[in-house]
Design a protein. Structure first.
Length: 254
């Protein structure tokens, strides 16, 4: 597979879709992979994806009610299920909804935003047997988590894995995960409900240094600053284009 480039796409209820983009003028038939084994009444809904492992050999998927799904893509032409972990409610009956994720720099942890059940921290050191090692849920003031990020220390060019930032329907939640079995809230920044559409949902989040950038579904683009106390909103640009704001890329963020 040397000198071959593949695009690996999270395609919601179509699962994982893989394209050979080595020759952009001749992209072949896509390879699709829809893992089995979801819980009863559950279904894969691939909403977010990240690569993990020393050679990016695993695709880690926030898979809706199918939980966190890890796919072996060491040979992208023959993807296979490596492991999966359910996101269940504390009584073990209701399915959570894995919505957004980010991976630690050493590929040992997946931080997952759950749309009904807050933050989950998953040990993915053994991709075949991922396990939940920490959670921070609705009782802790994170319910509808939609996107998640870790900050990057610009001075050393490394991620600060002790803090994760969860974008929710109500605002930004900063969670200290240095004790991952007992995460604690550090900062809370609620959106201004006088200007926020009640149906607004942050669709993405990017943290660079002390700045946080959020595209919000029906409510435009928000910029917040992490100032040592509660994150402070310093700018909001209302949606005026007639379409929702969805995903975000920031120049100079690599």
């Amino acid at each position: 597979m040397t000198n071959t480039t593949f695009a690996i796409v999270a395609a919601q209820n179509a699962g994982l879709v893989i394209f050979d983009v080595t020759d952009p003028d001749n992209i072949g038939t896509p390879i699709t992979f829809l893992p089995s084994g979801c819980p009863e009444n559950g279904a894969l809904f691939a909403d977010d994806i990240a690569l993990a492992g020393p050679a990016d050999e695993f695709a880690v998927i926030a898979g809706g009610s199918c939980g966190l799904v890890i796919v072996d893509v060491s040979d992208p032409t023959q993807p296979s299920l490596a492991g999966r972990v359910d996101f269940l409610s504390p009584d073990g009956t209701l399915l959570g909804w894995a919505k957004g994720l980010t991976i630690s720099e050493d590929s040992s942890r997946a931080y997952v935003a759950g749309f009904f059940d807050g933050l989950r921290i998953v040990d993915i050191t053994d991709a075949g047997v991922p396990s939940i090692v920490g959670s921070f849920g609705p009782a802790d003031d994170i319910d509808f988590g939609n996107a998640i990020a870790v900050s990057k220390d610009e001075s050393v060019g490394a991620f600060n894995s002790s803090h994760v930032y969860v974008a929710t329907t109500e605002g930004l939640r900063t969670v200290d995960v240095s004790q991952e079995s007992a995460p604690v809230a550090v900062d809370t920044s609620n959106f201004d409900t006088t200007t926020t559409d009640p149906d607004s949902i942050p669709q993405d989040i990017l943290v660079k240094g002390t700045m946080v950038y959020l595209p919000v579904w029906l409510d435009g683009f928000r910029v917040l600053e992490l100032n040592g106390s509660a994150p402070m909103q310093i700018q909001m640009i209302s949606e005026e284009l007639g379409e929702p704001f969805f995903k975000l890329a920031l120049s100079g963020s690599r």
